[in-house]
Structure formats: structure tokens, C-alpha cells
Design a protein around this ligand. Structure first.
Ligand code: COA
Length: 143
């Protein structure tokens, strides 16, 4: 299994993972627009050329924001999410980030458990943050 940084040529692969893993997936244009940002960070985990999971976000000065983390269904609960999260954190830390923020659906127990395991703390609940009216939970980790 290899972990590597992604670029624009990966958008088709990442779009597939997005469709499989999120109720409101990012499309190719959204990913391309993300890759055009200089502060965008993205890693994929692959085996035999197949993408098993990915993570992405932005980092500017002392603050990083994790935007997406996803692992293909049959590969979950094998530590890949943690690997991806650790890769993102190490990279943004090298770039000078001192804190990482994210928002997660309050119902997303697997993701919240993953973030807590890696030292994120729960913050404010943002009412109706998501398109279906679901509340969002802010989480933060100091580096
Ligand atoms: N129930 C409870 N805890 C869970 C869990 C679950 N279903 N899945 C992960 N965790 C927690 C556990 O603490 C776990 O540690 P443990 O295995 O020692 O108990 C820890 O997270 C690490 O799990 P890991 O195997 O690395 O996670 P994963 O590879 O299964 O990936 C997600 C976790 C969240 C990325 C994956 O479930 C996913 O892709 N979900 C859909 C996309 C999504 O919701 N992304 C987050 C919002 S942006």
C-alpha cells in the first residue's frame, strides 16, 4: 500500500471515492478548483493502482482545515483513516500550522471517533450546517 500526494490528474479517481463515501460528493470541477489553490493539501492511499482512501484540506499560516477524509467501504476499520489523518496533520504541521479545524455531521459517529482518537476536541455545534438541515460539530486539534 502506498501513500502519495495527489494532483489534478487524480480527480477522476477521487470523484469515484467521493461518490462512494459522501451523501453530497464533490464533483470533478470542485476538485479541480480545490487543486488550483496553492494552500491545498491532498493525499491518497493506493494498492495495486486502486485508490482506497483519500484526505484533503487547506493550510494557511497557522491554521489548517481538514475538508474531506474517506476510505472505501470494504477497507474501513483497518487503520487507513488514521493513516490518512496522520499524513494530513504531519504535512500541515511542516507547513507551519499550529491548529487543525474541521466540521463533521453530528450523526457521523465513526468520523467523530476517529478524530477524537487522534486528539481532536469537540467545539461548537452549528445549527443546520448541512444541506439536509443536520447540525455540524466543529472540532479542533492543537499541534
Ligand atoms: N465506529 C466506531 N469507531 C470508529 C468507526 C466506527 N464505524 N470507524 C472508525 N472508528 C474510530 C475508532 O476509534 C478507530 O480506532 P480502532 O479501530 O482502534 O477502534 C479509529 O476511528 C480509526 O479507524 P480507521 O480504521 O483508521 O478508520 P477508517 O479507515 O474506517 O476510516 C472514516 C474512518 C470516517 C474515514 C470512514 O468511516 C469513512 O470513509 N466514512 C465516510 C466518509 C466520511 O464520513 N468522512 C468524514 C467526514 S469528512
Amino acid at each position: 500500500m502506498i501513500l502519495r500526494a495527489c494532483n489534478e490528474t487524480d480527480v477522476k479517481t477521487l470523484t469515484k471515492l467521493e461518490k462512494e463515501c459522501f451523501p453530497t460528493p464533490w464533483n470533478e470541477n470542485m476538485l479541480l478548483s480545490a487543486f488550483s489553490r496553492i494552500d491545498f493539501v491532498c493525499f491518497v492511499l493506493e494498492e495495486a493502482g486502486k485508490a482506497l482512501g483519500y484526505v484533503c484540506g487547506t493550510t494557511l499560516f497557522e491554521t489548517a482545515e481538514l475538508a474531506r477524509i474517506a476510505v472505501a467501504g470494504s477497507w474501513r476499520r483497518k487503520g487507513l483513516g488514521e493513516k490518512l489523518l496522520d499524513a494530513f496533520i504531519s504535512c500541515v504541521q511542516e507547513r507551519g500550522a499550529q491548529q487543525v479545524f474541521l466540521e463533521v455531521r453530528v450523526s457521523n459517529a465513526p468520523a467523530i471517533a476517529l478524530y477524537e482518537k487522534r486528539g481532536f476536541e469537540k467545539g461548537r455545534v452549528r445549527a443546520k450546517y448541512y444541506e439536509n438541515g443536520e447540525n455540524g460539530l466543529e472540532m479542533k486539534k492543537l499541534l
